[in-house]
Design a protein around this ligand. Structure first.
Ligand SMILES: [Zn+2]
Length: 217
């Protein structure tokens, strides 16, 4: 009864096209489940990252969905993204010892009120049965990489922007690093380099969406 009332008040919608979901559908409607722009595992290689995967290609409805998540009211997408990411991680990547995420700067956290990637990590980790810990801190408030065109500019922009915290938690571990979107991989690569320098055995990576290197972030 309560569940039905809640569903009437807050109808469940597809996280991509926002159509109403049928009773047996979760997260995605049947059409999006078939037509979603799946990321093809193995397409991307990023320095310092041993292996990586993503749920989708960053385009069309996926781009809009992530935009609603980051800047709009769709914070609850974290649970759905987390389930979809966990499935992809279990299929494509070796087993990790600990989950962490690419952190936002303190200024951005204050402005936005939440760290959208931390929420993802907290949704993914119970699905994988390993804990999510903040192992990185953003120490330099660099420009958004989305404003930069070449991968060299992006690499330079993130260099020295992060540092490892609580290195005792990652020493000798295979760390699963998460982000919402990966484009050139400059951010993922720099974070992986920092984690490896702090003693991680290996860094693997997963994102909700992977963009071709010519589009944003
Ligand atoms: Zn849909």
């Amino acid at each position: 009864m309560i569940r039905r009332a809640l569903e009437w008040l807050f109808p469940r919608k597809c996280i991509l096209c926002r159509d109403l979901l049928a009773k047996e559908e979760t997260d995605l409607c049947r059409r999006c489940r078939t037509d979603q722009p799946e990321y093809h595992y193995g397409k991307k290689k990023v320095p310092h990252v041993a292996d990586l995967t993503a749920v989708w290609r960053y385009e069309g409805q996926v781009r809009k969905s992530l935009h609603r998540y980051k800047f709009g009211s769709a914070r609850h997408y974290a649970a759905a993204y987390g389930r979809l990411m966990a499935m992809r991680i279990l299929r494509d990547l070796p087993e990790a010892d600990i989950v962490t995420w690419v952190p936002v700067s303190r200024q951005r956290l204050r402005r936005r009120g939440f760290d959208q990637v931390e929420l993802l990590a907290k949704a993914v980790s119970p699905e994988l049965g390993i804990s999510a810990e903040g192992l990185l801190e953003k120490i330099r408030n660099n420009r958004a990489n989305s404003g930069l065109k070449t991968s060299a500019e992006r690499r330079a922009n993130v260099l020295g922007a992060y540092r490892a915290v609580r290195p005792e938690l990652l020493r000798g571990k295979r760390v699963l690093l998460l982000d919402d979107i990966v484009t050139t991989g400059a951010t993922a690569s720099e974070c992986a380099r920092v984690l490896l320098t702090a003693g991680a055995e290996e860094v693997i990576f997963a994102a909700v969406a992977a963009a071709s290197t010519t589009s944003s972030k």
